[in-house]
Design a protein around this ligand. Structure first.
Ligand code: GDP
Length: 179
């Protein structure tokens, strides 16, 4: 069995502007660090922390691919290879970002042919109800085709963000325990 402290690498993937940095900031525990002076930290690529899920501690190393969208294919391929699990983000207010998530899912499948890499399709910005461009039912159907879990979140309202991380840990444990 894997010792409980063994860290999981979780990668944030998605088009620019969907909320990856906001997710990373919530994870890092500095919900308002965006307004602080050390704004280099806004794009910080890596943070790690221990979280307790179902009474058991897990260590997550979170990798934010914020600069991988700028066309650096090598960087993107690295991220596709090194993750133990993926949060595939789009914005419910931006259909193009939803299509981008589909493309990323297909690319990911090429790098991760094993079907057991946990992936959660995450529709962020669900607080912006009136600007919705992607329906919940469409996204859920898409996630089923993609063989991944699905959730909607609002990083702005801190709604469902931690639940997405807990979901990833639970899936990683299921995989670990079935080995
Ligand atoms: P990234 O490019 O994927 O890292 O996206 P950011 O985290 O930088 O977010 C892009 C913009 O969307 C910023 O202005 C955020 O404040 C905003 N944003 C992120 N998440 C949410 C959300 O859940 N709701 C709303 N209303 N805005 C959000």
């Amino acid at each position: 069995a894997v010792e409980p402290g063994s860290p999981y690498r979780v990668v944030l993937l998605g088009a620019s502007g969907v909320g990856k940095t906001a997710f990373a900031n919530i994870f890092a525990g500095g919900a308002d660090s965006m307004d602080s002076d050390d704004c280099e930290l806004c794009g910080d690529e890596v943070s790690d922390r221990e979280i307790e899920v179902d009474g058991e501690t897990a260590t997550i190393i979170l990798l934010d691919t914020w600069d991988a969208e700028k066309g650096d294919e090598w960087t993107q391929e690295r991220f596709m290879q090194i993750g133990d699990a993926y949060l595939l983000l789009y914005s419910i207010t931006d259909r193009a970002s939803f299509l981008r998530a589909s493309e990323l899912r297909i690319t990911l499948r090429r790098f991760r042919p094993a079907r057991h890499t946990p992936i959660i399709l995450v529709g962020n910005k669900c607080d912006l109800v009136r600007r919705r461009e992607v329906s919940t039912s469409e996204a859920r159907a898409c996630a089923a085709v993609f063989d991944c879990k699905f959730t909607e979140t609002s990083a702005a309202m801190q709604h469902n963000v931690w639940e997405a991380f807990y979901g990833i840990v639970r899936q990683l444990r299921l995989r670990r325990d079935s080995k």
